[in-house]
Write a protein that binds this ligand. Sequence first.
Ligand SMILES: Cc1cc2nc3c(=O)[nH]c(=O)nc-3n(C[C@H](O)[C@H](O)[C@H](O)COP(=O)(O)O)c2cc1C
Length: 223
Amino acid sequence: MSMDVYEAMSTLRAVRRLKPDPLPEHVLHRILQAAAWAPSGGNVQPWRVVVVRDPEKRRAVGDLYRPQWAKYSAGARRNLAQLSGEALAKQERMLAAADHLGEHMGDAPVILVFCFNPDHMAITDADLGRPSVVGGGSVYPAVENAMLACRTEGVGCTLTTLLCFCEDEVKTLLGIPDGWYTCAFLPIGYPQLRGHGPISRRPVEKLAFADSWGTGFVAKSDG
Ligand SMILES: Cc1cc2nc3c(=O)[nH]c(=O)nc-3n(C[C@H](O)[C@H](O)[C@H](O)COP(=O)(O)O)c2cc1C
């Protein structure tokens, strides 16, 4: 199974309505292999992933996620008042799908719980007096690789992080040892509906600057 990497990246959208059907083991292994290929600082790979397939444990993860989503979505719904037209419709569609995931995360056949160990990371922005993100750079490439592999395999997935709010309960449930923490939870499974497809993102020239901040990058002619 393979797909052009640009096609995979440009159609990797959050797929939140998943069938409960089990994933073939070889497909799951390829997804995990993709994660394992990701780069990390010093090639230390300071991450592990707990592949949650046990129905009781999935249900327990889903039960932890449900109230977290309910709380988060109440805030997101309050912000809808500022929107109108297509932007409002889009956000409402997203929230409806996310509500479904909020109710059914435990029904996904597999939940990938990514963990990290900061002792094994060179966190170069740890003492700058601002939120530190560099450590995530040794974990989230693995998460993204797993998601791109899901896309290629026709497996739906969504990156979620709300369960970090109840990390202690998750650690107890999954036997995650001291020194290890959670950073991403991916419910994965075959899509109930169309699954992956077109995405909406800012254009390159709004995100990439040429030589100094603020000048949108526009490719010159190579000739
Ligand atoms: C760091 C991060 C955390 C996220 N957390 C959640 C979450 O808790 N629940 C959820 O339904 N989606 C979550 N998402 C998915 C985003 O909402 C989604 O990627 C974004 O709205 C773009 O949607 P699209 O990929 O379908 O285009 C998260 C995504 C990221 C990158």
